[in-house]
Design a protein around this ligand. Structure first.
Ligand code: DX5
Ligand code: ZN
Length: 221
């Protein structure tokens, strides 16, 4: 049975206590998803390398840094230095994703491209061989707690099909609006890594919510 990875997003966590936020998910997460926003590419500002570095210092989990920023090439090195293990940036901010993917690989980190709900998967087919994963947005980027756009899930299969046609080992990550109610649909789409934010951190019992998500991913839910 395919092991689906869990990437909890801290975006809706209590930032006044990051140790607690990490401890809520540490036993069930495969990676920690960190949503970096610059108030330019998206109408929200979250945090930068300083906070990534702080989280790096309190967990051994890989850090999956999602750059929702207009000029990712200028910041790759800062996030590598801060402790990022995976770095993804949006296809919508560049006509040359190969260059930024190369920058990330120069630091031997996992590199991925993110596509917004309205961006066709085919837009990045020619670059798939240059990346380890694709992050498929199932909400418009910028905020946690939104309702999923299920039509975007079709891109998971399109990407997996094109990758296998090209003989590539490509992982597909889904991000936005994932809840326990739609988790099986996201898994059935062939997703390898699933981001879950507010349905863990906005839950009345976040630790239990995190365990519930893990149980479903492991086919025990
Ligand atoms: C939105 C972020 C997502 C989001 C996921 O721009 O990329 O990671 O925080 O949070 P939920 O699971 O609440 O949609
Ligand atoms: Zn994200």
């Amino acid at each position: 049975m395919r092991k689906v990875k869990l990437a909890p997003s801290l975006l809706n966590a209590d930032f006044s206590d990051l140790r607690e936020a990490v401890s809520i998910i540490e036993n069930v997460a495969d990676v920690i998803h960190l949503d970096v926003m610059d108030g330019n590419f998206v109408p929200n500002i979250t945090f930068g390398p300083l906070v990534v570095q702080a989280i790096r210092s309190i967990t051994a989990l890989p850090l999956d840094v999602h750059l929702m920023i207009a000029h990712p090439a200028e910041y790759v090195e800062d996030f590598v230095r801060a402790g990022a293990d995976w770095i993804s940036f949006h296809a919508e901010v560049t006509r040359h994703p190969g260059e930024i993917l190369g920058l990330i690989h120069n630091h031997t980190k996992r590199a991925g491209v993110v596509i917004n709900p309205q961006t066709p998967a085919a837009r990045i087919f020619e670059y798939l061989e240059l990346m380890e994963y694709v992050l498929v947005m199932t909400v418009m980027p910028g905020f946690g707690g939104q309702v999923m756009i299920p039509e975007a899930l079709a891109k998971v299969g399109e990407l997996k099909e094109e990758a296998s046609r090209l003989g590539l080992e490509l992982e597909v990550e889904v991000d936005g609006g994932v809840k326990t109610e739609n988790l099986e649909m996201v898994m059935a789409a062939g997703t390898d890594i699933i981001v879950v934010g507010s349905s863990i951190y906005a839950a009345s019992d976040p630790r239990q919510a995190a365990r519930d998500v893990r149980a479903i991913l492991d086919g025990e839910g």
